[in-house]
Design a protein around this ligand. Structure first.
Ligand code: SF4
Ligand code: SF4
Length: 219
């Protein structure tokens, strides 16, 4: 499950999809703060949606996620989020959002595959390092920025638009009496390998054979 924001709806039809970034370092803050261990991180690093039978609807994961990804199913009292369409990707297919995107703005594949198909030729560059104040975050998903970008400092962007500007950045979490974040390497989750079926442009679907009309003689 992903959700779509409109950028400036009065000016443009452009939209911005928000996917789970499948955080790697620290590993899935949403899962680490879940008191019910409802969020599984698969051995290939995919952060799953909450197990509805375990989720107690405390919303901790929503507060811990730096991208605001977990959404709460009010009627069902459980959290839902993008799980990389695990039913598809675990079988070698692309996630549904990337498969149906008419402009292929969402790419499913490795960094190397993205470069190999020529997506970086217009000065674009995938970035997977983000700063939220003093907290650094590395994710398995990338956001496409420009060639000059190494990381995305969201607090600096907020400052740049002078919105919610704060003179004091909160103290780093390490000064509090909290457990250290675990990262994917410490958890024994390997770096993402090239998928068995690398991304390729989709072939157009085959048109079905027209059904024989009633009364027509077979050749
Ligand atoms: S809302 Fe559910 S999945 Fe999220 S932290 Fe609470 S119990 Fe875990
Ligand atoms: S982006 Fe949010 S929901 Fe996804 S793994 Fe990171 S903390 Fe969890």
């Amino acid at each position: 499950m992903i959700y779509i924001d409109f950028v400036e709806r009065h000016n443009t039809v452009a939209s911005s999809p928000t996917l789970c970034m499948h955080c790697e370092e620290p590993l899935a803050p949403c899962a680490q703060v879940c008191p019910a261990q409802a969020i599984l991180v698969s051995s290939d690093g995919v952060v799953q949606s909450a197990d509805e039978t375990r989720c107690i609807y405390c919303e901790n994961c929503g507060y811990a996620c730096p991208f605001g990804v977990p959404k709460f199913n009010v009627a069902g009292h459980y959290m839902q989020k993008c799980n990389l369409c695990y039913d598809r990707t675990s079988q070698g297919k692309g996630p549904m959002c990337a498969t149906v995107c008419p402009t292929q703005a969402i790419f499913y594949g490795t960094y190397e595959e993205w470069v190999a198909v020529g997506r970086g030729k217009q000065g674009a560059k995938p970035v997977n390092t983000f700063y939220f104040g003093r907290q650094r975050l590395r994710t398995r998903n990338y956001v496409v920025m420009t060639q000059d970008d190494e990381e995305l400092d969201l607090m600096a962007l907020v400052d740049a638009v002078n919105f919610g500007k704060s003179s004091e950045i909160p103290q780093s979490l390490s000064t509090y009496d909290t457990e250290q974040w675990v990262d994917a390497e410490a958890a024994g989750i390997p770096q993402r390998m090239v998928p068995p079926q690398p991304w390729t442009p989709r072939d157009p679907a085959k048109q079905p054979e027209p059904a024989p009309t009633r009364g027509a003689k077979s050749p």
